[in-house]
Design a protein around this ligand. Sequence first.
Ligand code: XIL
Length: 380
Amino acid sequence: MMRSVLSRRDCLGYAIGGVGAATLASCQTSAPKDDRGDIPLKVLAEAKGLRFGTAVNQSQLSDEKYVEIVRRECGSIVAENEHKRYTINPAPDVWNYGPGDAIASFAKDNDLHLRGHTLLWHKAEWSPKWVNELEFKTTAEAEAQLRNYVTKLAQRYNPQVYAWDLVNEAIDDQTGAFRETSFSAVMGENIIDYCFQLAQEHAPDARLVYNDYMSWEGVSAAHRNGVLRFLERLLKRGVPVQGLGIQSHSNAEMPDEFTRVKRKDWIKFCDEVVDLGLEIYVTEFDVNDTRMTKDIAYRDQAMASYTKDYFDIMLSYSELKEILIWGMVDDQNWLQGFMPRTDGIAKRPTLYDENYKPKAMRQALANSLQHAPQREQGFF
Ligand code: XIL
């Protein structure tokens, strides 16, 4: 695959050397502003050759205020849970397409691009119980099981889905080893190769991406290393993986712990990924404030500052094609229930508060996009 036109260092120089400011000025004068006087995030992103979007779930489709934010800010959406196997195929003979189709129709009706998530969540915890309990006697049996599911889904949403987070979370976050599942028991890592081959055949125009939650966090070193080695192995075997989806949840360490050393380690990881010739996508950004002080002003400021620092790094890669936030409104974000705060107060993980008002984090991302280097090629 082609290495990007601009190197990361060129990009940083570009942003710091004043051209970023010129771009900002031209963007501010020419871009259409919304009724709040803001330039929508999708406009800022598209001006730089990127896409911007969010996760949406089925209940949000009837939340007018949520829909208004999606229409205002987003160029693409991804289903939060509706295209996962636990929703679509919760029991062997149950096929529940309704919720996923509703998300796909919403995307069509609103001229939004649709990202697919995910055809193989290779982590038993999130795979239906009946799938985990399958005992295959032969590789052919396991392949047939996988083929039936992946083919059905890839065809159903082809060609609407422009990119699939095809395989999700196949690497153990503690050891960096390939995870064991009922499929890998007979197929080993070849289950991944097979899944990519199927998707390539049945969704030939979609970008095929491996998606995981390795992060800048100190505790993520083994995970980062495991993902890199895994991607190297896939590429060596000729698996048609085109990009890495960087989920961008940070759960164990807080946004005000994004130190210089951790940034350096993170940049090293991202450099190695793009050096493999892969595109990168920020697929599920949100910010976890589980262990931060209660003080809302402090939290909002620290989370905004982290958002700017994180995206300044990510946007310096011309290989970054898209940014997706994992839900746009604080009280509807999954982190409220995942690792809740011990004091029981609400977290503030996203760009809009519970009253659908934009927060400092939204402005931080807008600033980062305005100062981002221009991609020479537009979005694929
Ligand atoms: C989460 C959803 O947001 C929750 O509603 C659900 O209960 C569990 O999954 N990594 C992923 C996403 O790839 O699919 C997860 O989404 C969040 C972590």
